[in-house]
Design a protein around this ligand. Sequence first.
Ligand SMILES: [Zn+2]
Length: 264
Amino acid sequence: MLTKVLLSSDVALVCVQHALSTEKEEIMGLLIGEVHNNGTLVTIVSSVILRRLDKKPDRVEISEEQLVQATLRAEELAAEVGRPLRVVGWYHSHPHITVWPSHVDLSTQSMYQRMDSSFVGIIFAVFLTDQSTKAPSVQITCFQSVNEGSNQSRREIEMEILNNNDSLLINNFETLTQLPAILKQEEDEAFNNEVSQNETDDILTKQHNAAVRTIAIGHIVDKMSRPMLEALVARNELNSVRLKTLKQQHQQMMVKLENMSCNI
Ligand SMILES: [Zn+2]
């Protein structure tokens, strides 16, 4: 039975960034990783962002096609790093509501667990306010579903976020930077649907729809692309400092090593 989940900090970053992309709708994605110790431990090393199929506020669904695509992505990554990676779970967001899984979440989870007993669900509750400090907060829960007769209840799974700089770092950054493009695609689709459904609309309505799309794209750039760029530039600077220090340490150690071999 699954008892623990290890989540890579870079994957957590991608998921939280994705969850924070919209206050109005739930977002979702699939998690890629490895199952260890007879299904008692799962490590999550990468993720796949899923586009919303229908933009309903309280509904998230994964299509067969999306599942197949994520499976192919896992196989690609597995070949790249030489590890048995596969789709190990799913995540979704709860904007402005409690982190706990709903009845729908539990039955969805139960369906996946029937196919794969170590499959996990992670929920990111975002746009919450901490009661004591009044600061914005994010809550995370990792769960599985337990069947009790015809009802399902949740079982919390212990989760640890690991700061691992492993070989999938670049892949996770690629996933992160895909996010604005995926959001823009969703806006374009919504706009095109509107246009094709209402070809007889007057010019004012057309102008209005075009303006709504422009505002939405401006919002993506302002709230997502720009902060993401700033964070990545900061991280790059930090990495340069680290690199410099490591190079110095390397040099000092080489000098020591040389002295040692002289003495022998
Ligand atoms: Zn939910």
